[in-house]
Design a protein around this ligand. Structure first.
Ligand code: ATP
Ligand code: MG
Length: 232
């Protein structure tokens, strides 16, 4: 059952991929309640189901069975338009593989989600501000292919933040960053979590990054094997 204090309540999620004869159970009976203001870190080996869980929680994919309530609404019962609107207004997503649009400039990639909600002028100003925060002010007109892996990762982070999401999903957001840039990004997340009351769900393989979390969830073979709260 959903809990009213939860920003996301997922119950008994199952997701199986069929590759010819082979069945891959990516999520098996996963239940997870995330409270507003949580900083959740999800860990697990390659193939444990972390990205699959993130995609399902963030309404980018549908589970085969199970229920996901976000802000009191059952997302599995929403229309496609309602799901898109929810994502645009309230959810930010940093993809493991960036998912930048190759034909658009750095600035245009970051502006895009804001242009879908408001005037282009405002979207452009917000995107320029964010790109400066990430030290990308000299790369605004470059295409993603003209940027380094780390710069593309920062671009993906800026795009996820542009509509000021209450819920931010970050799938290995520091995987391609040097230690200084990784620290900067984690500090930004921590500030959003502390000051802005943003809820953050982050996947990482870096043991030291778990220090930022108040909640540590570990996945093994598509199941949650531990769910530990660190501080009140
Ligand atoms: N679109 C897909 N089609 C078929 N199988 C998939 C698909 N996406 C994921 N899988 C399989 O589901 C399992 C979980 O994948 P997932 O990407 O969620 O793992 P992960 O924990 O994010 O791994 P990593 O640490 O490598 O990013 C894997 O066995 C993977 O091969
Ligand atoms: Mg993954």
């Amino acid at each position: 059952m959903s809990d009213v204090s939860s920003i996301i309540s997922a119950t008994n999620l199952n997701k199986t991929y069929h590759l010819g004869e082979v069945k891959v159970c990516a999520l098996q009976d996963v239940s997870l309640d995330i409270n507003a203001g949580d900083f959740v870190v999800i860990t697990g080996r390659n193939g444990a189901g972390k990205s699959t869980l993130m995609h399902n929680l963030a309404v980018l994919d549908r589970p085969d069975s199970g229920e996901i309530i976000i802000n009191g609404n059952d997302v599995t019962k929403m229309t496609k338009e309602q799901r898109t609107e929810l994502r645009l207004r309230h959810l930010g997503y940093i993809f493991q593989e960036y998912a930048l649009i190759a034909e658009l400039s750095a600035l245009e990639n970051v502006m895009l989600p804001a242009m879908m909600l408001g005037p282009t002028r405002v979207a452009r100003a917000k995107a320029q501000q964010l790109l400066m925060t990430f030290g990308l002010q000299h790369h605004m007109d470059h295409l993603p292919s003209q940027l380094s892996g780390g710069q593309q990762q920062k671009l993906a982070i800026a795009r996820a933040l542009i509509n000021d999401p209450v819920l931010l999903f970050a799938d290995e957001p520091t995987a391609n960053l040097d230690s200084v840039a990784a620290h900067e990004v984690l500090e930004i997340f921590q500030r959003l979590n502390n000051d802005g009351g943003h809820t953050i769900v982050m996947v990482t393989h870096e043991p030291e990054e778990t220090a930022y979390a108040n909640r540590l969830v570990q996945l093994v073979d598509g199941r949650i094997v531990s769910d530990e709260r660190r501080r009140a």
